[in-house]
Design a protein around this ligand. Structure first.
Ligand SMILES: [Zn+2]
Length: 170
């Protein structure tokens, strides 16, 4: 798996940018420091009449695999706000009543850069079956499955497999 290992300093442009320790990178020419920090991410488990909603990924990583709707948190957003925004973008529905379940560390390889993320899982119970408008650039289909028949190993990310499994076994 590729690591994050830039050579050129983003501030002065010299080829003097190295990993100092952990997530900290430093330029030996201009002393610029950069922290490749863990990114906050969220996933939403939508429940309706004993079923849960799964999406199928359109994009890498894990294109074609099952997933939960969600994504990265934007600057200034709470986890709940970011999740509501992502759900609205991906599924075309408004969901705001979230119940926090648990979080887990994940790694997300995108265009040869490995990002460390912290995935937080939330659940929302829907009163009626929503009419979905899928964001086709992100999702190829959305399916409802019986939650007690779902094999969480079908999910793309190990962190979401663990979190979803723990929730469904409650
Ligand atoms: Zn520099």
């Amino acid at each position: 798996m590729e690591d994050f290992s830039p050579t050129y300093c983003p501030q002065c442009g010299e080829a003097s940018f190295t990993n100092k320790h952990g997530t900290c990178y430093v330029c030996s020419s201009c002393q610029f420091e950069y922290f490749h920090n863990t990114a906050a991410a969220v996933a939403g488990l939508l429940e309706w009449q004993g079923k849960i909603l799964l999406t199928r990924r359109a994009k890498e990583p894990f294109a074609g695999r099952l997933d939960l709707p969600g994504g990265f948190i934007d600057p200034g957003e709470s986890l709940e706000q970011g999740l509501s925004r992502e759900i609205n973008e991906e599924l075309g529905i408004h969901v705001t009543q979230w119940r926090y379940v648990a979080s887990g560390a994940n790694q997300y390889l995108y265009k040869n850069v490995r990002y460390n993320t912290m995935d937080a899982l939330f659940v929302a119970s829907l009163d009626s079956k929503p009419l979905l408008a899928l964001q086709e650039s992100e999702i190829t289909e959305a399916i409802w499955v019986e939650k007690h028949q779902f094999d969480t190993n079908e999910l793309a990310f190990a962190s979401l497999q663990r979190l979803t499994k723990a929730y469904l076994q409650q």
